[in-house]
Design a protein. Structure first.
Length: 230
């Protein structure tokens, strides 16, 4: 029970950290601001922000469910993970920690939603906002890719959770975006200050997460890999 609760808290933390990482944060602020300018009523801006947040959450959840479900449904892969997960987890966590500390960089292709696509989706109302959020969620940068593919997916696989852990992660990615939408509608003059605070908080959260990932990864390496070398 305690292990399952810790996994859910970890998934929520990873989701929040993903959402406020530099690339997603800038994209979220730009998208929510753009959607807010398309309507005249404050409540409509909030609703569009909620739809955009839900789109991001849905995209992450569906991708995680697909990858985790497919992996666990393969008997050979599932058997390997059950027997070797702890040995694999150590090096993976160390790698993620180094990425979060920006010691290593993942070579990812750049991808962005074109302005034409943004305008087309924005004109489709709430469904378009939902779709825009889903598309922006798939534009991974090194930090968000490391958090999603190398942290969230192994966590979900270790818990054999094809839905709950990914859903909590998705909620974590959506919550900060919805808060941004509320601030933009009701306290637009303070959005720059909020952006600065979030950037500072993300920097420290990422560093703390990086150190923790490396420490836990080294512990797993010591527990499960060193005995094999002896």
């Amino acid at each position: 029970m305690a292990e399952a609760l810790l996994a859910l808290i970890s998934a929520l933390w990873l989701g929040v950290l993903t959402s406020i990482s530099p690339c997603p944060l800038a994209a979220n602020v730009a998208a929510v601001s753009y959607l807010g300018r398309q309507v005249s009523q404050p409540h409509q801006s909030v609703a569009h922000g909620l739809a955009y947040s839900a789109g991001r959450m849905l995209s992450y959840v569906l991708l995680a469910v697909l990858l985790v479900g497919t992996t666990l449904s393969a008997p050979s892969v599932s058997a390997f993970l059950q027997s070797e997960m702890n040995r694999v987890l150590g090096p993976v966590l160390v790698l993620v920690g180094l990425v979060l500390l920006q010691v290593l960089r993942l070579p990812l292709p750049s991808w962005s939603v074109s302005e034409r696509a943004q305008k087309r989706l924005a004109s489709k109302g709430y469904v378009g906002s939902l779709g825009l959020g889903a598309l922006f969620a798939l534009s991974f940068c090194p930090t968000s890719a490391a958090l999603f593919f190398a942290s969230l997916l192994p966590l979900a696989m270790a818990q054999h959770s094809t839905l709950l852990v990914p859903a909590v992660y998705g909620f974590g990615t959506a919550a900060p975006v919805f808060v941004m939408a509320l601030v933009m509608v009701f306290c637009s003059a303070r959005i720059a200050q909020m952006f600065t605070h979030l950037t500072t908080a993300e920097r420290w959260m990422r560093r703390i997460a990086g150190v923790l990932f490396i420490a836990i990864g080294l512990y797993y390496c010591g527990q499960y890999l060193l005995p094999l070398l002896g």
